[in-house]
Design a protein around this ligand. Structure first.
Ligand code: MN
Length: 230
């Protein structure tokens, strides 16, 4: 009797293990892809970014990228991947796969975007990040000025990204549309959305004012430091 109970326990354990192994999609959080929750109240970034802009940007624009992505990947090889894997796998594609890249990248870009801001006003970067900015841009003012210069190099929609050169120093890069450092095998520490939906209601055509205010008053540099691993 005792032996058969033990055998039953082993058998049940094996079944539980088999059940766990047979559900890798759930364990890996693959598609359908879901939008990260907004990590603060819709009005929390005001007055730098108004609650109206955050609301529209998060619940209409960002959410639409997920909706489109889940529709486009249905029944494809990309459905079983994690979001960042979809971005990397489709980065150099064309045709219908390019649509998957555009929506996957924008879904991923905005997850990073919302996560990197802090309600109530930002502190300046702490020592490790500050010294890296000093080395790459000559200090805080040089960093902000370079961000404005790089933003001017993006003619239409796009993003500017704080990333790292292969040789190690920090770098600001402008990419058009949905492109991001992940697509080029580079780290993404900070991304500023240059699409007009990100600022036009609050700043109209004063894009530079929006970028400067966002960098000076909203960035959570602890999040950036975590992304940099410092
Ligand atoms: Mn956007």
């Amino acid at each position: 009797m005792l032996i058969s109970r033990r055998a039953l326990c082993v058998s049940t354990g094996a079944l539980a293990l088999a059940s766990t192994l047979s559900t890798p999609k759930i364990a890996r959080a693959a598609g359908p892809f879901s939008q990260s929750p907004l990590p603060y109240d819709q009005n929390a970034l005001s007055p730098v970014i108004s609650g109206t802009t955050v609301g529209l940007h998060y619940t209409e624009h960002h959410s639409a990228y997920f909706k489109n992505l889940n529709f486009l990947v249905k029944g494809t090889q990309y459905e079983a991947l994690r979001l960042e894997e979809v971005v990397k796998a489709t980065a150099k594609s064309s045709g219908s796969t390019a649509k998957i890249f555009n929506n996957a990248a924008q879904a991923w870009n905005h997850n990073l975007y919302w996560e990197q801001f802090t309600p109530g006003g930002a502190d300046r970067p702490a020592s490790r990040v500050s010294s890296e900015l000093e080395l790459a841009f000559g200090g805080w003012d040089g960093f902000v000025n370079e961000a404005l210069t790089v933003s001017d190099s993006v003619f239409g929609t796009g993003w500017i990204w704080l990333t790292r050169r292969d040789e190690g120093t920090l770098e600001l890069i402008g990419y058009e549309d949905a492109k991001n450092p992940l697509a080029f095998g580079k780290p993404a520490y900070l991304g500023i959305d240059l699409w007009e939906h990100a600022y036009y209601l609050d700043y109209t055509n004063r894009k530079a004012d929006h970028i400067r205010a966002t960098l000076e008053k909203l960035v959570n540099w602890n999040v950036v430091a975590d992304r940099m691993g410092v």
